[in-house]
Design a protein around this ligand. Structure first.
Ligand code: FRU
Length: 498
């Protein structure tokens, strides 16, 4: 008899042959076949980086969740491995939801993930019971623990909902014991949803877990349920990453409904409490959610996110062979109390030869620069006013007679805007997003990374990032610089075709 995992492995190996490499992102991970959402189990194990992902191989839409799997040595060139988990046990028969990985002292790779099993309540309503489960493996094959589930609704505090209890982040504490930080929604006795909280559990053996604390509770301001927590020390602070559902915009923050946010503060390991001093969006573009991080051997904290958002999935066509991609891995730092991010430095090794232009005049119109074109590129762009400050400067890309996407800068309003209205989407979803940026009298530095079906913009030294996916046909290769007013632009351009 074929198991669900064997079936998925056979299917993906067969079906991937119909997807040409040229139609995928070149250095962003996309699903081997079918649908991808959150990154999972992002870790370094056995001399390689491992990235698993929420995966529905049989369709380009979300469905019963498997874990897809890929490995890389530079976090940019990925090799697919066979699917790691399939929903095939009583406690995860309706899905293996998100989770993380840790290396055990005996050398095994351990995954902790949320199992979902549908049950019908006394009122006839169907609900998803969520529990935490383990699987142990060697970097390719994983076996579910025979005593799963290891954390269940019985381990919840009063008000904790067993139906929204997911996305464990596990790590090993300095004394060799384990911690699991899990997202949970609170329910009133009458069944009203009260808003998210995080729960911290402790274990000596990964099998028996004890509730330690509730490190953070949604103050009622930051969305409703929280998903996909991650907690780490960085630059003298602690950062808590969360993906919040149903955010209310505040000024230029939190415009994405489902939005990844970063709380910066202090985590007290003795009490298990997190004191948040500031909060901010992680990404100011259109497509970003559910990030996870890892620490590299050389001490960098690297984040990768799902370059998509539940509200903007707008598939180009229902029968697309794959859908969903990860962001570029990004190096994190905290500067002036804010989370900053830059493309991982490994990207520089993929650059082709440099094309450079210094202080080219752009005046009330568009200019193109010889050799500056294509859909897989790394660009450093420096904009400066010439005389009176200009009204708007834009970098236009993925452009031809029919299509264009732009990053537009309005210095008088200090606004940077991504606009993909004319990128080829046939869906009436959000196509623009604005971010407030700091600049020096109209001088602004941008780094723009294009990878066929996406554009990621990093402002200054990584103070802000804006990510967006594009469905533009690959024949739209143009890159142009536009100014309403007078400006000069300096460009360093590298092709990134691998
Ligand atoms: C976040 C999320 C997680 C869940 C997974 C299901 O995008 O909803 O909370 O584990 O996706 O695919």
């Amino acid at each position: 008899m074929t198991t669900p995992l064997e079936r998925a492995r056979r299917y993906e190996a067969e079906r991937e042959r119909s997807i040409s490499e040229a139609e995928r992102p070149a250095f962003h991970l996309s699903p081997r076949v079918g649908w991808m959402n959150d990154p999972n189990g992002f870790s370094y194990y056995g001399g390689q980086y491992h990235l698993f992902y929420q995966y529905h191989p049989y369709d380009s839409h979300w469905g019963p969740m498997h874990w897809g799997h890929a490995v890389s040595r530079d976090l940019l060139r990925w090799e697919y491995l066979p699917a790691a988990l399939a929903p095939d046990a009583p406690y995860d028969r309706d899905g293996c939801f998100s989770g993380t990985a840790v290396t055990l002292p005996d050398g095994r790779h351990a995954l902790m993930y949320t199992g979902v099993a549908e049950e019908t309540g006394l009122d006839g309503r169907k609900r998803h019971l969520q529990t935490q489960n383990l699987a142990f493996g060697d970097g390719v094959n994983y076996v579910k623990y025979e005593k799963n589930p290891v954390i269940t609704g019985k381990d919840l505090p009063a008000e904790g909902s067993p139906y929204d209890f997911r996305d464990p982040k596990i790590w090993m504490a300095p004394d060799g014991s384990y911690r699991a930080l899990i997202a949970n929604d609170r329910l009133s006795a009458r069944g009203e949803r009260l808003g998210g909280q995080l729960l911290l559990y402790r274990s000596d053996d990964l099998a028996r877990w004890q509730l330690l604390s509730c490190p953070a509770q949604n103050p009622g301001r930051l969305g409703r349920m929280w998903e996909c927590p991650d907690l780490f020390a960085l630059d003298g602070w602690h950062a808590l990453l969360l993906s919040a559902q149903d955010m209310l915009p505040e000024g230029f923050e939190y415009h994405n409904d489902n939005g990844a946010l970063c709380l910066i503060g202090r985590f007290d390991a003795a009490t298990g409490r997190f004191e948040a001093l500031r909060d901010q969006a992680v990404d100011y573009g259109i497509d970003f959610y559910a990030p996870q991080t890892l620490a590299t051997e050389d001490g960098r904290r690297i984040m990768i996110g799902w370059m998509q958002n539940w509200d903007t999935c707008g598939l180009p066509q229902d029968d697309a062979p794959w859908f969903g991609q990860m962001t570029l891995p990004r190096e994190l730092s905290i500067r002036d109390g804010r989370l900053c991010q830059r493309p991982i430095r490994e990207l520089e090794a993929l650059r082709g030869s440099e094309i450079r232009f210094d202080r080219v005049a752009v005046e009330n119109g568009e200019v193109s620069l010889p050799g500056v074109e294509g859909r897989a590129a790394d660009m450093e762009i420096e904009i400066e006013p010439e005389g009176e400050i200009f009204t708007r400067f834009a970098v236009v890309f993925a452009q031809d007679a029919a299509y264009r996407t732009s990053i537009g800068f309005r210095p008088r309003e200090s606004i940077l805007k991504i606009d993909r209205k004319f990128s080829g989407s046939r869906r009436a979803i959000i196509h623009q997003r604005r971010a407030e940026v700091r600049h020096d009298g109209g001088r602004l530095r941008l780094r723009l990374i294009l990878d066929r079906y996406s554009a990621e913009t990093f402002v200054g030294d990584g103070e802000k990032a804006l990510s967006a996916t594009l469905h533009t046909t690959l024949s739209a290769q143009g890159i142009r610089f536009f100014c309403d007013g007078r400006a000069r632009v300096s460009v360093r351009f590298w092709k990134l075709d691998l």
